[in-house]
Design a protein around this ligand. Structure first.
Ligand code: NAD
Length: 399
């Protein structure tokens, strides 16, 4: 029987919810490219419930214990005295969400002698040292598509919030003011701007489709070019480099995974390619951007705004400069963990576990590493190597 360690974020400060804002939680029937939603044999949770925090347990306890497995659920994940570190030595499966990632470094993988699989309940497996997983024949899987559209909604919201100067204007209301001139002296229309996405995978393409209605000029770069029919349908301009895209865009949004090729692609040098006053929205991964270069670009006015929900490390230390830099629209990492998305990735995690324990193949689109190599989505969207360096700083976050 297996031991599974499930690392989840803490319950709300006022306790686990006993009721919710809505009575139902509508779900799409199918994803835009025809991929089906998760298909576990059963679920043991109510769709729309808070599943991603410790008491929610991703709805997995009943299923796992009924099959004789041991389930450890904890939010304690950073520092050598963490529950995760204490439980690693005989764990067969580690599950965590990118919002509160269990950084599975080479050191941790070396300590976990019985480890067979690392599951991302969500999308983005950069918190695992993929090179170490490859070398130790550990399967890495994630629930592809579960929150791609949710994130795209957050991207569009963030772009509008920055360009229209929504957050400072809202703050004037809270302060009892009516300071229209203060609000609008940084407010523009998105219409007619040029917007570019770095990567046009599931999230990036959805962003392009959603933005089409705003009358913007659309640009993208990706290591895989979209079909010509899609480029024509959306009137897209393709760029083979970030430099070429950044030079013509008023808004740039990052939607690629974090891996050695993309780490710190936004840095002091590449920010010089951007138009003065460009907006940058990053809901992909914090480490795609050099932390201090972003702050400097906002302070100098090279960037007019920066928004997103991803930081490095996570949780971000109290003194992380992105908490206090000018003209930002940051949230904690929430875009992919709406209650709607939790329903899908809890079901997808259950599907992956059922496949694993029943000896059935895990869907190709859920695979990042298998059999000692990048596989499935991992082979399409990642490169070999490790992007977890510096993650030990997450231990600095103190509640
Ligand atoms: P996807 O696999 O569908 O798309 C990724 C795209 O990135 C692919 O088209 C790939 O070709 C492209 N790409 C990879 N390396 C590249 C490079 N060096 N240059 C240009 N393009 C490159 O994945 P997705 O569902 O669109 O998700 C993308 C990423 O967004 C995830 O890996 C994750 O890091 C992040 N994400 C964040 C949240 C959140 O809650 N904020 C949720 C889901 C995903």
């Amino acid at each position: 029987m297996a031991k599974i360690v499930l690392v989840l974020y803490d319950d709300p400060v006022d306790g686990y919810p006993t009721s919710y804002a809505r009575d139902d939680c509508p779900q799409p029937e199918i994803y835009p490219d025809g991929q089906t939603l998760p298909t576990p044999n059963a679920i043991d949770f109510v769709p729309g419930a808070l599943l991603g925090s410790v008491s929610g347990e991703l709805g997995l306890r009943k299923y796992l214990e009924a099959n004789g497995h041991e389930l450890i659920v904890t939010s304690s994940k950073d520092g050598e005295d963490s529950v995760l570190d204490r439980e690693l030595h005989d764990a067969e499966i580690i599950i965590s969400q990118p919002f509160w990632p269990a950084y599975m470094t080479a050191e941790r993988i070396a300590k976990a002698k019985k480890l067979k699989m690392i599951v991302t309940a969500g999308i983005g497996s950069d918190h695992t040292d993929l090179q170490a997983a490859i070398e130790n024949n550990i399967t890495v899987s994630e629930v592809t598509y579960c929150n791609s559209n949710a994130v795209a909604e957050h991207v569009v919201m963030s772009i509008l919030a920055l360009v229209r100067n929504f957050i400072p204007s809202h703050n004037w209301v809270l302060k009892g003011g009516w300071n229209i001139a203060d609000c609008v002296s940084r407010s523009y229309d998105l219409e007619a701007m040029s917007v570019g996405t770095v990567a046009a995978g599931r999230i990036g393409l959805r962003v392009l489709r959603l933005l089409k209605a705003f009358g913007v000029k659309l640009h993208y770069m990706d290591r895989h070019r979209l079909p010509e029919t899609v480029e024509q349908e959306l009137d897209l301009t393709y760029h083979s480099t970030l430099e070429s895209l950044a030079k013509v865009c008023d808004v740039v949004t990052l939607n690629c995974p974090l891996h050695p090729e993309t780490e710190h692609m936004i840095n002091e040098e590449s920010l010089k390619w951007f138009k003065r006053g460009a907006y940058l929205v990053n809901t992909a991964r914090g480490k795609l951007a050099d932390r201090d270069a972003v702050v400097a670009a906002l302070e100098s006015g090279q960037l007019a705004g920066y928004a997103g929900d991803v930081w490095f490390p996570q949780p971000a230390p109290q003194d992380h400069p992105w908490r206090s830099m000018p003209n930002h629209g940051m949230t904690p990492h929430i875009s992919g963990t709406s209650l709607s998305a939790q329903t899908r990735y809890a079901a997808g995690t259950r599907e992956i576990l059922e496949c694993y324990f029943e000896g059935r193949p895990i869907r190709d689109e859920y695979l990042i590493v298998q059999g000692g190599q990048l596989a499935g989505v991992g082979a399409h969207s990642y490169s070999k190597g490790n992007a977890t360096g510096g993650s030990e700083e997450a231990a600095k976050f103190k509640k």
